[in-house]
Design a binder for this molecule. Structure first.
Ligand SMILES: Cc1cc2nc3c(=O)[nH]c(=O)nc-3n(C[C@H](O)[C@H](O)[C@H](O)COP(=O)(O)OP(=O)(O)OC[C@H]3O[C@@H](n4cnc5c(N)ncnc54)[C@H](O)[C@@H]3O)c2cc1C
Length: 488
């Protein structure tokens, strides 16, 4: 343990990760200064930002509990126990997230969450929060950061023993690190963008004031595009359209933000693709025209620290696409890992190395799983085989217990490191394939030897040839599908 009394930390960004980290560090004895680009959201009690609600699950709750914020944040949360799949035709059906019916992910207001974290940070005696200041550059060699005061040309410089970039996906702190030697950075934009839409509360119906079941995350999977909806405490739902940016000439029926521009064009797509949702969206046309389409990217970088005194956290270190609902959860886990590393090492530089070591492989794993989940949600979740696979996974979980806990449970309902969740998920899939392959092989062998014994050699030989042919064709087809699948 090291004494942190009198040590100064500068956190750039008072978003979700920055505010929570400030609480932890202040309680660990650091003098904390947070500097945020935006105006103080507490004045209007509303924090602007991307997406109106977020799914918070076990990892986020773990960190909130540690900060003493679980109760106030979760009090207003709505628990979603599964995915409600809305097919084009027919009734919606629910896929539970887990074998354990009490397990669910929680829809919380991003704004309320950010305000709760800011309030908690501001309540700490050792925390000072400055707003309306945009970080432009950080110098790891002397531990200083430059800021421009909004709507002026005034600049301010702050020095600290530790500078933390919690300034989101387009981090200025990371931008400064990128100018250093041997700093790796990659960003990969998704071919799809997102646009938020609205389903208001209703006066009547089975789920009043909700227009649909509030205890589920609603999905309209349409192959290359999809829409989802998360409930809000006021009875409304925030819907998010995920459409490709550009049209695909090979699939002209798939809507894209480039081709569907007007409210009338959007209405035609909604009538065809989301008819049940359209009936609940009186402001569909206005929402579509007014709300901007946002981009989503996966960003990775290395190393996460420089000069032994500057580091990155949250989206600044690893922006992931939102399809596993884990970006904020992972950022909260970062906060815990960083504060633990600082407590365990006498040197800040060593702590930063240990923090990165604890988190890097895990952030890569959730980035990959989030991309894979996008394909699952939009392409597979509507298929009956997907529901069967999920049910089989749940059955194995019930029979074998934690040894075969599904990847979704490990990611959303546990704090098992993401990389381990990914590896165990892959192992489960392998096991499921063997569970199907072994009985098939036994049945096949029995048939083959039965035919042989009954002097039907030619039929047995035909069976053998047909089987070999089917295995070769399906292997080639699988390989072809895999190679031609567009990277989301
Ligand atoms: C559509 C969508 C849906 C999502 N859904 C989920 C979900 O369901 N569950 C989940 O866990 N995650 C979700 N996420 C991801 C989640 O929003 C992010 O992972 C999370 O906000 C990261 O927190 P952060 O503090 O690192 O960054 P941010 O929340 O982006 O905060 C960064 C802060 O830094 C400030 N800032 C930026 N630049 C500067 C600068 N130069 N100087 C000073 N301040 C600066 C910003 O104003 C902001 O306050 C979603 C994201 C999107 C886009």
């Amino acid at each position: 343990m090291t004494s942190t009394e009198g040590r100064r930390v500068l956190i750039v960004g008072a978003g979700l990760a920055g505010s929570l980290l400030a609480v932890f560090l202040a309680r660990a004895g650091w003098s904390v200064r947070i500097v945020e680009r935006r105006h103080d959201p507490r004045e209007r009690r509303f924090a602007v930002g991307r997406s109106i609600n977020l799914a918070i699950s076990a990892r986020g709750i773990h960190a909130l509990r540690r900060a003493g914020l679980e109760e106030p944040v979760m009090r207003a949360a709505l628990r979603m126990y599964g995915r409600m799949i809305h097919p084009r035709q027919g009734e919606p059906h629910l896929h539970p997230y887990s074998t354990d019916p009490t397990r669910g992910i929680n829809s919380v207001s991003r704004s309320a969450l950010n305000l709760a974290l800011l309030d908690a940070a501001a309540a700490e005696a050792r925390v000072e929060i400055l707003f309306d200041r945009r970080c432009t550059v950080v110098d790891p060699s002397n531990g200083t950061a430059e800021f421009v005061v909004n709507e002026s040309t005034t600049t301010e410089s702050y020095a600290a023993d530790l500078i933390i970039g919690a300034d989101g996906a387009f981090s200025a702190v990371r931008g400064s690190l990128q100018r250093l030697d041997r700093f790796d950075f990659s960003q990969s934009y998704l071919t799809h963008g997102y646009k938020e839409m609205h389903i208001p509360a209703v006066q009547s119906g089975t789920n009043t004031p909700f227009a649909m079941l509030p205890s589920a995350l609603h999905i309209w999977p349409r192959g290359a595009s999809m829409m989802i909806a998360l409930p809000n405490p006021d009875g409304s739902f925030t819907c998010t359209l995920f459409w490709p940016w550009e049209p695909n000439p090979a699939a002209p029926h798939v809507p894209s933000f480039a081709t569907v521009r007007t409210a009338a064009e959007a209405r035609a797509v909604f009538e065809r693709d989301y008819p049940d949702a359209l009936a609940l969206m009186p402001t569909m046309s206005e929402d579509f025209e007014r709300n901007p389409a946002g981009a989503m990217a996966t960003m990775r970088c290395s190393p996460w620290s420089a000069g032994g005194r500057v580091t990155l956290i949250g989206d600044a270190a690893h922006a992931v696409v939102p399809f596993y609902g884990q970006g904020a959860n992972a950022s909260f886990e970062d906060c815990e890992a960083l504060v633990d590393a600082l407590a365990a090492h006498t040197s800040v530089a060593d702590a930063l190395v240990a923090y990165e070591h604890a988190r890097k492989a895990n952030s890569n794993a959730i980035a990959d799983m989030a991309l894979a989940n996008f394909v699952d949600m939009r392409d597979h979740s509507a298929q009956p085989s997907y529901a069967r696979k999920k049910k089989f996974g749940h059955f194995l979980h019930r029979v074998f217990g934690n040894a075969l806990e599904p990847e979704y449970d490990l990611v959303s309902f546990s704090t098992v490191p993401y990389a381990e969740a990914q590896a165990r998920g892959r192992r489960n899939v392998g096991f499921m394939q063997w569970c199907v392959a072994i009985p098939l092989a036994i049945a096949w062998s029995a048939l083959y030897w039965g035919l042989q014994r009954n002097a039907c050699e030619s039929t047995a030989q035909s069976l053998l040839l047909v089987t070999i042919g089917l295995v070769v064709i399906s292997t080639l087809l699988r390989r072809g599908c895999h190679q031609s699948r567009p990277r989301p």
